[in-house]
Design a protein around this ligand. Sequence first.
Ligand code: IPD
Ligand code: CA
Length: 269
Amino acid sequence: MGKRSPLMNVMVSSVMKVTRLLRRDFNEVEKLQVSRKGPADFVTTADRRVEKELVMELKQARPEFGFLLEEHGEYKGEGDSRFIIDPIDGTTNFLHSIPHFAVSVAVETRGELVAGLIYAPLTEELFWAEKGVGAYLNDARIRVAGRERLDDALLATGIPFKGKDGHERFLAEAKEVTENVAGLRRFGAASLDLAYVAAGRFDGFWESGLNPWDMAAGIVIVREAGGYVTDLNGGQDMLKRGDILVANDRLHAPIQRMLRRAHRTLDAG
Ligand code: IPD
Ligand code: CA
């Protein structure tokens, strides 16, 4: 069993507390699906409330930390650490009563991601990692899968939707990738896509157009599970660029080559 630091214990207990609300809200959403107005407003309110409660809990335990929040923006702290929070990653799933969503909390210290927690309240799966300590699913150590061949690889991605850029680019990537791998999935929560790579369920994941709170916790968890994490250019600017590619060290380069081939084909028109 992984020994959690006091900071990770605070993160876990705060998240567990607020996800009681989230489970109740999810049951409510299931009822609202049938109404004509639909549950959209309700979910936006739930999202904000969960974030607010989580900030209150974390602030009590770590008053000097800053915050980068999906719903409420950025707050500078007195110290050099901050929490990066996505209260419901997979909001569209939540809205449609699909139980695949998560709360994601990361800690960044002096610009470095040092801890990450992703909790899926409906499946009760808690993925967490701290720098140098390893990655865990609940209490069991997790590692990225050992597959080495693209033919065997199951990959995950995100598909741009209305209001997002990159539709053509995604189609070019998907064509190249699906012709070469065992399968491609779009489950709708980037944090859980990353956690699933860390747990060896997916062999790799890439996506563009992401925000820091979608990826921050997952980056720590994949790294600590032995995975290789870069932006789509092969650098370490994932949070700034908003794109990411993760896999084990054998599959990372072949996946990057497929994506580059797709981009060249697109550019050649
Ligand atoms: C979204 C999910 C999704 C990804 C989107 C994100 P949200 O986050 O992570 O998988 O494809 O780009 O915006 O809006 O559900 O918190
Ligand atoms: Ca998100």
